[in-house]
Design a protein around this ligand. Structure first.
Ligand SMILES: [Zn+2]
Length: 487
């Protein structure tokens, strides 16, 4: 018998990935996609054709990301669309390989594009599959520099002239100029365009980038999110559990508790499986999850705190050898639950020595599985503006962004060797993502990027070219990272 955690790993490792090979270049029929989902769903909860079991948590929740309250599994449809978006990405980025030349000559020439209804013309299954993935691809990709059509940024009606315009049409030598457009652009689109990094010098290296990826390259996970229409969802309040120091099967158990779905009577009643809500052990209160794990007199009999101090203190004097509270607690919850189930289904007597069992398991886990904690020593460091050698000047810059995708700004101050003000600047950058804020604006990474000439990043390369070029105009220049308190 596999636990829920075991089934989850098996699905991720085998049954969800087997169809991926076919999905890379064809769009499967809806019936097949549903069938794949059904097989995975049934396997996860232990159902089969003949034996139906309760699916405690809905498939739409299971297929969310772990931080959003799911198990991180993927639906077949979303995965198929994401893989086809990848095919589109390769079509746009891989240069002139033969398969692309064939497709381009066949489907991207003028006569076909100018036909009255180009989407309904007959085409190969590969091209049909690519068209399926195109929506996801277009939502996820951004043209870097100034080549992309304005259409790609705007949803909703545009006038015929505006439809033909490209983003570059709004760029003048002095900056962006919106006067050429008959309609007023929404502020957020203006901000998005404003935040696109543009090189002053090396024009002509137009590139397409993947919006949500740090390197600007294709990212299957983010493509899946886009294909499934994921919006920013509130963070799952119990997402700490995936980082908890315990066994995977206990994690999935806590995950089910967090969704208020385990086999206690109050949950069974909601599903119409059971008519009686009273706790069958004590007959005193409704059997809710909290009752079963904490408030039931039998669970209380374990006297958590009491046995913890009695057993925890006498073993050894070394602090690191004792299981910490977070490990003990989760093992306790798990064992109470297991012991209740044994009582119901296997008619075993309630284990009065449960605390010893918990302690044994925790010790085993601590010494065999958990990685020993390395004690880190903290040292206090004084951070301040450092004085310079004679004749040097220092430019301190920093930037920040509101939220993970929001309005960003940056600024800087130039001072001489004595710390006297020489000049300063501030700038509104527009709307950019947190990556641009982190690497484009925040200190540490920038220094690494400068010192590594081989570094390639589609998103920030225009800025990088300019910075490298400008830095050659100084006779001596050094880049250092400092904490923002030292600015
Ligand atoms: Zn009870």
């Amino acid at each position: 018998m596999l636990s829920l955690a075991g089934c989850q790993v098996l699905i991720q490792a085998s049954s969800a990935t087997i169809p991926a090979y076919v999905m890379q270049c064809s769009y499967l029929r809806g019936r097949i996609l549903d069938g794949i989902d059904r097989v995975n769903r049934n396997f996860l909860w232990g159902s089969s054709e003949s034996l139906k079991k309760i699916h405690w948590i809905g498939w739409h929740k299971v297929t969310k990301l772990k931080e959003e309250g799911g198990l991180g599994l993927q639906t077949a449809k979303g995965r198929n669309l994401a893989l086809l978006a990848k095919l589109n990405w390769r079509f746009h980025t891989e240069g002139d390989v033969p398969w692309m030349q064939v497709l381009r000559k066949k489907y991207c020439l003028g006569r076909r594009l100018n036909a009255t209804n180009p989407t309904s013309l007959p085409c190969s299954s590969l091209w049909a599959a690519m068209k399926k993935g195109m929506g996801t691809f277009e939502k996820g990709s951004r043209w870097l520099l100034n080549k992309g059509p304005l259409r790609s940024l705007i949803q909703g009606p545009l006038s015929r002239e505006a439809n033909k315009l490209e983003v570059k049409d709004f760029m003048k030598d002095t900056g962006w100029d919106w006067n050429g457009l008959s309609v007023e652009l929404p502020l957020d689109i203006q901000m998005l365009i404003k935040a696109t990094p543009i090189a002053m010098t090396s024009r002509g290296c137009d590139k397409i980038t993947w919006a949500d990826s740090p390197q600007g390259t294709f990212n299957l996970k983010s493509a899946y999110r886009i294909a499934m229409g994921h919006e920013e969802v509130p963070k799952f309040s119990a997402s700490w559990l995936w980082k908890a120091n315990t066994l995977p099967r206990i994690k999935t158990f806590i995950w089910m508790c967090a969704h208020n779905s385990i086999g206690v009577r109050s949950c069974l009643m909601r599903r119409g499986v059971c008519a009686e809500a009273m706790c069958p052990i004590c007959q005193e209160a409704e059997e809710s999850i909290l009752h079963a794990l904490r408030d039931c007199p039998w669970a209380k009999a374990i006297e958590l705190l009491d046995w913890l101090s009695r057993n925890g203190n006498k073993r050894s004097t070394s602090v690191t050898l004792k299981p910490p509270w977070e490990i003990l607690f989760l093992f306790t919850v798990w064992n109470i639950w297991k012991s209740r189930n044994n009582f119901f289904f296997q008619r075993k007597r309630l284990n009065q020595q449960l605390h010893m069992e918990v302690l044994k398991q925790s010790y085993e886990f601590l010494h065999c599985i958990a990685s020993p904690r390395v004690m880190t020593q903290r040292c206090v460091k004084r951070i301040r503006w450092e004085k310079l050698p004679d004749g040097w000047m220092k430019l301190n810059t920093d930037g920040s962004v509101i939220g993970s995708k929001g309005v960003a700004g940056c600024g800087g101050v130039i001072r001489d060797d004595g710390g006297n003000w020489i000049s300063g600047f501030t700038k509104r950058i527009g709307i950019t993502n947190s990556f641009m804020a982190e690497v484009g604006l925040k200190g540490g990474a920038v220094v690494d990027v400068f010192s590594n000439a081989q570094y390639v990043n589609n998103v920030i390369s225009p800025i990088l070219y300019d910075c490298r070029l400008l830095s050659t105009r100084f006779s001596q220049i050094q880049f250092h990272h400092c904490y923002c308190e030292g600015n």
